[in-house]
Design a protein around this ligand. Structure first.
Ligand SMILES: [Zn+2]
Length: 408
């Protein structure tokens, strides 16, 4: 099985190249709006749309006119890509099974007060390639790139975008997944909660990284500072750009954290079981963590790394209860979120709430996988595969779980 993966790299364009990148982003937006308005006109007229081929030839024809001479300056593969994207968006909006709305016009950054134009180009005949410490981009030239990791295969497409004042390129490639594991012998369930980020049934505890907390505090400070400045003044702009920088820093720290955790999870067992985040998200997380969506990033990344490694990734059914179940005797308890540790009312086993939840996620997952025919039989119990050693991990933080409470 082939899978498309995406790597992001920092770009370091010269001033001239940056002007062009900004221009090209605006061109892509222009092409989108142009084709969309043509499609809307057509739809009003005879209830039909333009398909990709028609849109592509329309672009070609428009190049003849002086008014649209800018189309000649733009990368033609990129304008074709816009047509392809628009076709998909139009089709999706008419697909009843989906929730996408009819595509809308893209507004300029001046109106949005944001600068997030981007454009995507497709590699044809190696016109996008890495060479001389840079990436060669059609009609722009070779832009310096920070190649922090090697590509695994040929570049399929490239998206150029600016975020938080820095330029990035995201390169997609097709890679072959490892063949599915034939023998599945280890299964680990993961509980996701806001106290720890992730707790595994194998005794893995992941805490929110301290750097993130630190930057969040800093963020709040700068926000307060900004509110004190006169809007539009020099000092306001200065503070605003500091704020933008810290936002950028936080998002890269979060991504790095999610990568680290998901990598370690993907490596530590043959079967990975998570809860369905949609339900959990609504029930449990109030405030910050939902906005951050670190959990979503972790499950998303774990899923894709599992696929690459030939490991099974499974999310348990939506309405299966997982918290408050004793892992010794399966007795169900009810208690509110503040309880971090409890002793079973039935058998007296003292346990950490999150670990118990992770173990019950693992149990549910195992049952479901057997029911689906993915797993032939129950796995041997007490398989202990230790969690990877990472800075963010603290194994068995509570010394609980083994000793029984004295009968009262
Ligand atoms: Zn019990």
């Amino acid at each position: 099985m082939k899978k498309t993966i995406r790597y992001n790299y920092r770009l370091k364009p010269t001033a001239e190249q940056e002007v062009k990148l900004v221009e090209f982003g605006a061109y892509a937006r222009g092409v989108w709006n142009l084709l969309l308005s043509e499609n809307m006109r057509r739809y009003r007229y005879d209830k039909t749309f333009l398909f990709y081929n028609e849109m592509a030839s329309l672009i070609k024809d428009l190049k003849m006119f002086d008014e649209f001479s800018w189309l000649k300056d733009f990368d033609s593969a990129a304008s074709q890509q816009v047509a392809r994207d628009l076709e998909t968006a139009l089709k999706n909006s008419f697909n009843k099974g989906r929730v996408q709305k009819f595509p809308t016009f893209k507004v300029s950054f001046k109106q949005k007060k944001l600068h997030d134009d981007s454009y995507r180009s497709v590699n044809t005949n190696e016109n996008i390639r890495l060479e001389n410490n840079g990436i060669t981009i059609p009609k722009i030239g070779t832009v310096k790139i920070a190649l922090h990791r090697k590509l695994k295969s040929k570049i399929k497409s490239a998206t150029f975008k600016m975020r938080h004042g820095k330029w990035y390129v995201s390169l997609t490639q097709k890679v072959e997944c490892k063949s599915k594991k034939q023998v599945l012998s280890t299964l680990v369930g993961y509980d996701i909660n806001s106290h720890y980020t992730v707790v595994g049934s194998n005794g893995l505890y992941v805490e929110n990284p301290k750097v993130l907390k630190k930057s969040s505090t800093k963020l709040k400070q700068i926000q307060v500072q900004l509110s004190r400045r006169k809007k539009g003044s020099n000092r306001w702009h200065k503070t605003k750009s500091r704020l933008n920088k810290i936002h950028g820093k936080i998002s890269s720290q979060r991504l790095a954290f999610a990568h680290e955790v998901s990598c370690s999870i993907a490596k530590s067992s043959d079967i990975i079981v998570f809860e369905d985040l949609n339900v959990k998200g609504m029930q449990q997380f109030n405030g910050q963590m939902v906005n951050d969506n670190v959990m979503g990033m972790i499950t998303e990344l774990t899923r894709y790394k599992a696929e690459l490694n030939g490991v099974v990734y499974h999310e348990i059914g939506r309405f299966v209860k997982s918290s408050g179940i004793c892992y010794g005797c399966k007795y169900e308890h009810k208690f509110d979120l503040s309880v971090r540790e409890f002793s079973c009312e039935s058998c007296g086993l003292v346990q950490c709430r999150d670990l118990a939840a992770a173990k019950s996620v693992a149990d549910t997952g195992e049952k479901e996988l057997i029911a689906n025919g993915i797993l032939a039989r129950a796995l041997p119990k007490f398989q202990q595969k230790s969690a990877s050693k990472m800075k963010v991990f603290e194994q068995s933080k509570f010394g609980v779980g083994s000793e029984k409470k004295e009968a009262a």
